[in-house]
Write a protein that binds this ligand. Structure first.
Ligand code: LLP
Length: 432
């Protein structure tokens, strides 16, 4: 099994976090997102203890809440002592409702509107991660109106390609995110931030991409960023207090994805950065990581019920389930791989190759191709799609006016609803 929170019962049912997924499907109906709370907490603790060891306590872990944003998750993050990264008024509002201390929040996005900026300042968001000079001016103007100094980090692009999916590579010079070091724009915005009234420049941020397995990416990115930090010190006498290295490590969607030792990797990043800072003659700033995917992805799975099994002789077999691109857009967007199981028939031989598709009016509505399922699969069977805790609920849509599935959490052998199922009334409620 690709994650140790999965097992099989004597009657051939898939167990997740110790509970029978077939029973959960009966109780809560499908499609259904499940999340294993213990796994989420374990991942937070792994990162927190790793950064503590790697940076002698001089580090922070911020949960990138775009991976999965709802009230309960911010409560868990608060309890675990995590900071958070937010990117919109919606995420800020949800965090506020959870009682999350927003002084531990970092406000991202490449285009914060004036309304966003004012809202985030009123909410008391601690740090703004600023993408470009226009945004910096807008933040300074709002801060001056309030007679405050807003703490900011500047998002820079270190010019590193992590060779993951193109759509989630963000650290290259040609990117909609950040200001490039290579073109001199990073230095321009840094020197502007140092002198702009209303701005307290705390440090710098970069995020090279997502689903990264290779620590080398972080080593190279940190080299570029630390060199820039040394440059700022030498040219402007500027002392950088924080360096945020962006998102966390990759996760296993299939057996082909490597298993990664997050603690060991962060230790090696820490050792490397200390050496580099010493060689450059600078004090290592507080280092931040912003993992999203690796905190929640394999803490989640989605359950579906099979509707139809259609064989097109000479072509292929389509197994249609009661969800689709509305709850999992990742195959359509990235061709992302997944592992699927016949949750109610784990001991049957998987002798049928098929495409598992959704119920939306769209040919691209595919969960996965070349899936092996039992040849007996028919209407009413339960299918599990693994590793759906990150970027599924948060990227879900209402295409075809389908309601988003509920998020049911499992903790200490008990399940509870964290987010209710969206009903047709919920969706239509905004119509006038
Ligand atoms: N920090 C920043 C500034 C980010 O943009 C991201 C992800 C993260 C942290 C978290 O990265 P992670 O630890 O999750 O790798 N929708 C795509 C992923 C988009 C990632 C966006 N930024 C997917 O489903 O794969």
């Amino acid at each position: 099994m690709i994650c140790n929170n999965l097992s099989v019962s004597d009657n051939g049912h898939l167990l997740f976090a110790g509970l029978d997924t077939v029973e959960l499907a009966k109780e809560y109906k499908t499609p259904l997102y499940l999340l294993d709370e213990a796994r989420i907490r374990e991942r937070c603790r792994t990162y927190l203890s790793a950064v503590k060891d790697a940076f002698d306590g001089n580090a922070k872990v911020l949960y990138a809440s775009k991976a999965a944003s709802f009230k309960r998750i911010y409560e868990i993050m608060k309890e675990e002592g995590m900071g958070t990264d937010v990117v919109s008024m919606g995420e800020i509002y949800t965090a506020l409702r959870a009682g999350f201390d927003l002084s531990n929040a970092y406000f991202h996005s490449n285009n914060k509107t004036d309304e966003d900026i004012a809202y985030a300042m009123t909410a008391g968001v601690g740090h703004f991660v600023v993408d470009n000079a226009e945004e910096l001016y807008a933040i300074a103007a709002e801060a001056n109106k309030r007679d405050i100094k807003q703490k900011v980090l500047l998002r820079l692009t270190p010019g590193i390609d992590p060779h993951t999916y193109a759509a989630i590579s963000t650290g290259k010079v040609d990117s909609k995110f950040g200001s490039a070091i290579e073109t001199g724009q990073a230095e321009e915005i840094a020197s502007l931030a140092m002198r702009l009234q209303g701005i307290d420049l705390v440090g710098f941020h970069c995020h090279v991409g997502s689903q990264v397995f290779d620590s080398d990416v972080y080593l190279r990115a940190s080299d570029v960023m630390l060199t820039f930090i040394a440059d700022m010190k030498n040219k402007y006498g500027f002392e950088t207090k924080e360096l945020d290295l962006g998102g966390g490590y990759g996760v296993r969607y299939t057996e082909a994805d490597p298993e990664i030792d997050i603690h060991a990797n962060i230790l090696s990043v820490g050792a490397h950065m200390k050496e580099k800072a010493a060689a450059l003659g600078i004090v290592l700033p507080t280092v931040c990581f912003e993992p999203g995917r690796s905190i929640v992805a394999d803490a989640g799975l989605t359950l579906y019920t099979v509707g139809t099994v259609k064989n097109i002789p000479g072509y292929k077999t389509y197994v249609s389930v009661d969800g689709g691109m509305t709850d999992n857009i990742r195959f359509a967007l990235y061709g992302a791989p997944y592992t699927l199981f016949a949750a109610d028939n784990m001991s049957a031989p998987c002798d049928m190759k098929c495409s598992v598709v959704g119920r939306c009016c769209e040919s691209g509505d595919i969960i996965q191709e070349n899936v092996s399922l039992p040849g007996t699969t028919k209407r009413g069977n339960i299918i599990a799609c693994l590793t759906t805790g990150a970027y599924h609920y948060s990227m879900a849509s209402n295409y075809n006016r389908l309601g988003k599935p509920p998020v049911v959490m499992i903790n200490e052998g008990k399940s509870y609803v964290a987010v209710k199922r969206e009903t047709p009334e919920d969706i239509a409620n905004l119509d006038l």
